[in-house]
Ligand binder design. Structure first.
Ligand code: MG
Ligand code: MG
Length: 270
């Protein structure tokens, strides 16, 4: 069952999302060659707690850390460790936080130093596919419309859309109804309703869509060993339209990137 949120609850969820947005922004200036993901994890946990929030992933389904960090061929759910990041890596950093009893959950894939042109394109297309999907999250549409749009866009670039992992409803639980696949058929699936909140999160492989599982019980990798990217935003359906709760603006501030990509998903709710 899809749980509708009131306007007040949506504003509380914006606070939860912003804890994560600021955490990713803080991490953006720390991600460089030589840094370990365990160090990033420690920074993130402290930073979340300083904001009066609780790490959302730590202990959830027994996950051992605050961040899911997934470099290169890892798709998602990578566990922080002591291996230093290297020039040319990409790393998906997925972070959750609980504030006011609500979850925030979003992710960004960072280049480490200079990356190849091919990898840059993978990052750019995956992020763009996220916005292509969010545009379809509106009243009158269904779950399949978002998935279809992301899939079409992604496959047109020759990339693989991961099937086994999907976006989801978000609220007092990390995973609520509905599931939000990054593939699908137009007009199919559950109908969107006013006040629902979802995490939309394309996971895009440069090569095959197929994945495999690492023995640690968590880490998901591409089957062909090619890189994979992952971007995630939290979005509420307000006035029939998508309203972005999370933001990449803190990341862009840290990295000196100019972007107005989020402007179309912000309403004046005052
Ligand atoms: Mg996430
Ligand atoms: Mg998620």
């Amino acid at each position: 069952m899809i749980i509708q949120k009131t306007r007040e609850e949506i504003e509380l969820m914006r606070e939860s999302a912003l804890v994560v947005s600021k955490t990713l922004g803080m991490l953006a200036s720390e991600i460089k060659p030589g840094v370990t993901t365990l160090y990033l994890d420690k920074l993130a946990e402290e930073f979340i707690r300083e904001q009066g929030a609780i790490p959302g992933f730590l202990g959830l389904y027994d996950f051992p850390n605050t961040l899911c960090v997934s470099p290169n061929a890892q798709v998602v759910h990578g566990i922080p460790n002591n291996t230093p990041l290297q020039e040319g890596d990409i790393i998906s950093v997925d972070c959750g936080a609980i504030k006011n009893d609500f979850y925030g959950d979003h992710a960004y894939s960072f280049p480490v130093g200079e990356v190849s042109i091919e990898v840059k394109k993978l990052l750019q297309v995956t992020k763009e596919s996220l916005y292509v999907g969010i545009r379809e999250f509106k009243l009158g549409n269904r779950v399949g419309d978002v998935g279809h749009a992301i899939q079409q866009f992604t496959e047109a670039h020759g990339y693989g859309v991961v099937r086994e992992l999907v976006g989801h409803g978000l609220g007092k639980k990390m995973h609520e109804d509905p599931e939000m696949p990054n593939y699908g058929r137009r007009g199919r699936g559950k109908k969107f309703i006013e006040g629902m909140v979802v995490a939309i999160e394309p996971m895009t492989n440069m090569g095959t869509k197929d994945i495999k599982h690492l023995r640690d019980g968590w880490t998901i990798l591409t089957r062909d060993g090619k890189p994979s990217a992952h971007f995630e935003h939290d979005v509420a359906l307000v006035n029939g339209k998508p309203e972005l709760l999370s933001t990449f603006k803190y990341i862009y501030e840290a990295l000196g990137i100019e972007s107005d990509e989020e402007a179309e998903f912000r309403q004046d709710l005052s």
